[in-house]
Design a protein around this ligand. Structure first.
Ligand code: SF4
Length: 397
């Protein structure tokens, strides 16, 4: 696959909690979140299942999940299966090549069961009173909102909170990934920022929020108090980040100008394949913080078959990245992975980038790297202007 071009900066009309969070680490990453064409990169399989989890829980909150009781998980499982299949059909070809059906995505059954366990009691407890006319009259608005798009009065901040309950003044965010810092029973700093922004958006739309809750797919629930002043301060900070991004656009900055590479910032960043600043600045010391990624010139290509599956091993003369060795052997890459965009597999002399490899060891000075089925992708740089920017239309947040 050929390395995609980084997006060209465009002025943003509004900022979302996701763009804001990315911008605090790296403005270039924020640009990608705002206007990047996500179709050109393979999705992380965990993200596909995370979206699926959210869809099932949202359906439960909206009263669209019909259950016979709090232990009847069949409807949640069926919706999970349907949603995952739809997302899988739309996933990047590399993802579909690695996992030919949705139920073969890593930890599928665990995510499915967690979604069912979380959503079914919500669906069962959703009484008709949840949106009763009395509540609407008393509160002056719908008492609950699930994944409703909310905008600040000035239009600069928008977002979709997973669930807002005006009756208890609470905003709930569901999380399927690992908790930051490994503590599933605490709200992380980034989660708190997100909750405060949702509280602000709710207030701007007439709902007073005093509590932010994170509910993890593993069942843990943690809460923080949110004062109106805290919510407003976070919103001010987000709008300032929007101003910073737009000032950079006005000054003619490029994606690379805004990149802030570091092991922490670049960890699991989707921009790794095309972020020139990362490849210019990454060192072997970054491996522990952001994984194994290598750019090198192809010195040898070896083809073979194992159990009838065509495999390719690439010997690279290392140019940059986090692998310390001067020479790396990327072992037994399924050949199909190398030509997902029909641009042809790498040849001797090509420059390739391998992201998210797994180092097995070093053999006579050559680092031996295996691919990770879920995460590894192999990219070939164009011979010239490998990172020429490409205009993209801004996505409407
Ligand atoms: S790879 Fe690192 S420097 Fe590049 S956009 Fe991502 S976070 Fe920023």
């Amino acid at each position: 696959m050929v390395v995609p071009d980084p997006p060209v900066l465009v002025s943003l009309k509004r900022i979302t909690p996701s763009i804001y969070e990315a911008s605090l680490a790296c403005l270039a990453k924020a640009v990608w979140v705002a206007v990047g064409d996500a179709r050109v990169l393979p999705q992380n399989p965990a993200a596909i299942l995370g979206i699926t989890f959210h869809a099932v829980v949202a359906a439960a909150h909206k009263g669209k999940l019909s259950v016979a009781g709090a232990n009847d998980r069949s409807a949640a499982r069926a919706l999970f299966d349907r949603t995952a299949q739809e997302l899988h059909l739309r996933a990047h070809r590399l993802v579909r090549s690695k996992f030919p059906s949705a139920d073969r995505l890593p930890f599928y059954n665990r995510h499915r069961e967690r979604a069912a366990i979380t959503a079914t009691p919500i669906a069962a407890s959703r009484s008709p009173l949840a949106s009763s006319a009395a509540d609407v009259t008393r509160l002056g608005r719908a008492p609950v909102k699930t994944e409703a798009r909310l905008s600040s009065k000035d239009g600069y901040l928008v977002g979709r909170a997973d669930h807002i309950d005006a009756r208890s003044s609470i905003v709930v965010d569901y999380k399927t990934g690992n908790a930051a810092g490994g503590n599933a029973c605490a709200v992380s700093n980034s989660e708190a920022r997100q909750l405060r922004l949702y509280a602000y958006l709710a207030a701007e739309n007439g709902t007073d929020i005093r509590t932010g809750a994170v509910v993890r797919s593993g069942g843990q629930r943690c809460e923080i108090g949110i004062s109106p002043a805290e919510a407003e301060a976070e919103a001010d900070s987000a709008k300032k980040q929007l101003g910073r991004l737009n000032a950079a656009v006005a000054e003619g900055a490029s994606f690379q100008d805004l990149a802030s590479p570091s092991p922490k910032n670049c960890s699991f960043c989707p921009c790794l394949p095309f972020c020139g600043r990362f490849w210019a600045e990454a060192t072997p010391e970054w491996t522990a913080g952001c994984g194994l990624h290598v750019e090198g010139s192809v010195a040898e290509v070896e083809s073979g078959r194992t159990y009838g599956i065509p495999l390719t091993t690439l010997l690279l003369s290392t140019r940059s990245g986090t692998a310390g060795a001067r020479c790396v052997s990327i072992e037994q890459i399924p050949t199909e992975w190398l030509d997902m965009d029909c641009s042809g597999p790498p040849h001797v002399g090509d420059t390739v980038r391998v992201v998210h490899g797994r180092q097995l060891g070093t053999d006579t000075g050559v680092a031996v790297i295996r691919v990770d089925k879920a995460l590894t992708s192999v990219w070939r740089l164009r011979q010239s202007s490998a990172e020429a920017p490409r205009a993209v239309a801004p996505r409407d947040a």
